[in-house]
Design a protein around this ligand. Structure first.
Ligand SMILES: Cc1ncc(C[n+]2csc(CCOP(=O)(O)OP(=O)(O)O)c2C)c(N)n1
Length: 641
């Protein structure tokens, strides 16, 4: 990429109003500068780069043509919004992206009036946009609403539900389909093939016919303009039958990097009085930065990197990641049982299903960004004798909750849910935290829920899941690498509903569920040092809880404290309810539970997030001290924080 040496235009653009003051012919230069700024910023912060590079021209063109923030611009997923942030008054903070107290890596209402709708989970932008169109209509406000949605995000049902509704309402809504023929991985499915067919051979063909069709569909004043603007008609081709059947006026495909094409198309969409319009813009993920263009993932998400070489600063792992352990363990189980199959919803590498796919392509399903379908599809597989592992991050499984309840749990179908990214995930922040699955699955009758305390236990859980065929089962594990324990050759089958004792103390019992185990052990060491001997148990199961173990620990210790990487209403609540039902809270036992705070926690490094939540060793020790009370703690030579 060449750096712009003439007067930087970007310095003159503090807000989109400044951008609108620039003549059209200056915009390519602005695009080049914006791209350079984006690459430089993300090289320092890490984050989503490829998607942003692909929408530089589109972002400039939209802000140039539309009156943002009065006109509403909604980015689907929001991971492509860094250029938008740079242009909307946040350039001075762009190098704080995804850091503690910094800018979010997604659009966020609380951050800027230019972010009218928060995002991070995909395929919501058309629904939200339609709501805004209606809000404006009912309040008598003149306003354009533009939703920018990727071809990957277009694979989710919600996008079609919204278009179906928009078409029916004949809403004046503009949808820009940002088609880069990529999701995180190459997109799968018939829709992706359909978009490819729309693009192939159609751009710039049948100019006369395109102009004719275009003018037939637009009101008179646009027709006149269209006739005059030969250049503009070049970019039009009416033929997105599916979208047209849904009631949209389809425009495209157009070159999403060519401002001379984008600007007239957007102006006409703005001025048109027709109902919903879909502009099909073809872009290239990673555009303009060679290492990104060349990379298989187009630099979807990157660590900090060297701008010249593109080399990413990936830390050397000390232990295998949980994701990798899951993928490899599943391969082992599949070698022993040909009913084992794996499903991912557009996240093959994130979930480790890519490892499985290499070994068992025929037993792997990437269903697109379609979590709801993934779950019910797994239900069908399970109903007819297969052993589906439906691997979905904790946060994305939220979208398929009714499917989990209605299609799986009620029918007692043995679908296995490997739940990655349990707990805090760091830079992706609130929207991606795996906070709620213990609570939202734990209330479902018949569900078995495990949480891995270390990577070896995850291996045991994969094996256990493969063997367990009585009903639905989930096992959760955190983002990142394991804690470096020795790995068994193959996983063992765990006893359902049985925890394990990690060390015996006498005064305090810490019962950890999941990835806080190491911190619980560190806390116990500290407590021992103060003469407060601590037992540590790894609960392994959030459901069914190990009632025998819990009751024994309750009887034999003065204080019982649970720790988990999940929200209120999870493991700690289940233990409290059991203790109270057995009358064990009336015996003088002190009981405390540590869980994620009852608020949405902003992004920071994962360790910092746990520290702030009081879920690290220090937090556990503090909670023990607070529960035991000043007298005992001071007698032990410590002080209460
Ligand atoms: C419900 C949901 N599932 C999965 C994801 C993870 N995810 C983030 S971006 C992305 C791919 C989006 O592809 P596309 O819309 O084409 O945008 P591009 O990155 O190609 O610009 C996926 C699967 C998500 N954000 N939301």
């Amino acid at each position: 990429m060449t750096r712009q040496l003439s007067t930087p235009l970007l310095d003159q653009v503090a807000t989109p109003a400044d951008l609108r003051a620039l003549p059209d012919d200056k915009l390519p230069q602005l695009a080049e500068e914006l791209r350079a700024e984006l690459v430089d910023a993300v090289s320092q912060t890490g984050g989503h780069l490829g998607a942003g590079l692909g929408v530089v021209e589109l972002t400039i063109a939209i802000h140039h043509v539309f009156d943002t923030p009065h006109d509403r611009l909604i980015f689907d997923v929001g991971h492509q919004c860094y250029p938008h942030k740079i242009l909307t008054g946040r350039r001075d903070r762009i190098r704080t992206l995804r850091k503690e107290n910094g800018l979010s890596g997604f659009t966020k209402r609380a951050e800027s009036e230019y972010d009218p709708f928060g995002a991070a989970h995909s395929s919501t932008s058309i629904s939200a946009g339609l709501g805004m169109v209606e809000a404006a209509r009912l309040q008598g406000i003149e306003r354009n609403v533009i939703s920018v949605i990727g071809d990957g995000a277009m694979s989710a049902g919600m996008a079609y539900e919204a278009m179906n509704n928009a078409g029916h309402m004949d809403a004046r809504q503009i949808v820009i389909l940002n088609d880069n023929d990529m999701s995180i991985a190459p997109p799968t499915g018939a829709m992706s093939a359909y978009l490819a067919r729309l693009v192939s051979g159609r751009t710039y063909i049948g100019l006369r016919e395109a102009a004719k069709q275009f003018s037939k569909r637009m009101p008179k004043f646009i027709q006149d303009k269209a006739r005059k603007t030969e250049e503009m008609t070049r970019t039009f081709f009416s033929g997105g039958t599916l979208f047209e059947e849904l009631g949209f006026f389809y425009v495209g495909p157009i070159d999403g990097h060519n401002l001379e094409h984008l600007l007239p198309v957007l102006r006409n969409a703005r001025d048109a009085q027709v109902g919903p319009i879909l502009i099909h813009a073809v872009t290239q993920k990673g555009k303009g930065y060679e290492p990104a263009e060349k990379a298989a993932d187009k630099y979807h998400g990157v660590a900090k990197f060297d701008v010249i070489t593109g080399a990413q600063a990936k830390a050397k792992p000390n232990a295998p990641s949980y994701t990798k352990v899951f993928g490899q363990s599943l391969v082992q189980e599949a070698e022993n049982d040909d009913r084992v199959v794996a499903i991912t919803a557009a996240m093959p590498s994130g979930t480790g299903v890519d490892i499985f796919e290499k070994a068992f392509a025929d037993r792997t399903y990437d269903v697109g960004i379609a979590e709801q379908h993934a779950v019910t599809f797994a239900g069908g597989l399970a109903a007819d004798g297969m052993k589906p592992f439906c691997a979905i991050y904790s946060t994305f499984l939220q979208r398929a909750y009714d499917q989990v309840v209605h299609d799986i749990a009620i029918q007692k179908l043995p679908v296995r849910f490997p739940i990655d990214r349990a707990g805090f995930v760091g830079a992706d922040g609130q929207t991606h935290a795996g906070s709620f699955d213990i609570a939202y699955l734990g209330c479902l009758p018949g569900f078995v829920i495990m949480a891995a305390g270390d990577e070896a236990d995850l291996k045991h859980m994969v094996r256990t899941a493969a063997e367990y065929d009585e009903g639905p089962l989930a096992f959760r594990y955190p983002r990142g690498e394991g804690i470096g324990v020795e790995m068994p050759e193959r996983g063992q089958v765990l006893d359902i509903g049985k925890g394990r004792i990690m060390r015996e103390g006498g005064k305090v019992a810490i019962v950890s569920l999941g990835g806080r185990l190491k911190q619980a052990l560190l806390a116990a060491e500290t407590l021992d040092g103060y003469g407060l001997p601590a037992t540590v148990a790894d609960a392994r199961f959030a459901k069914p809880i190990d009632t025998g173990l819990i009751e024994r620990l309750a009887r034999e210790h003065e204080l019982l404290i649970t720790v988990e990487e999940g929200s209120v209403g999870g493991f700690g609540s289940f233990v409290a309810q059991h203790l109270s039902s057995q009358g064990l809270l009336d015996t003088g036992l002190k009981y405390r539970s540590l869980f994620m705070p009852d608020r949405f926690v902003d992004q920071a490094a994962p360790d910092r997030m746990y520290e702030m939540a009081g879920l690290d060793a220090r937090g556990i020790v503090d909670a023990v001290f607070a529960a035991l009370g000043r007298e005992q703690v001071e007698a032990a030579g410590a002080s209460i924080a």
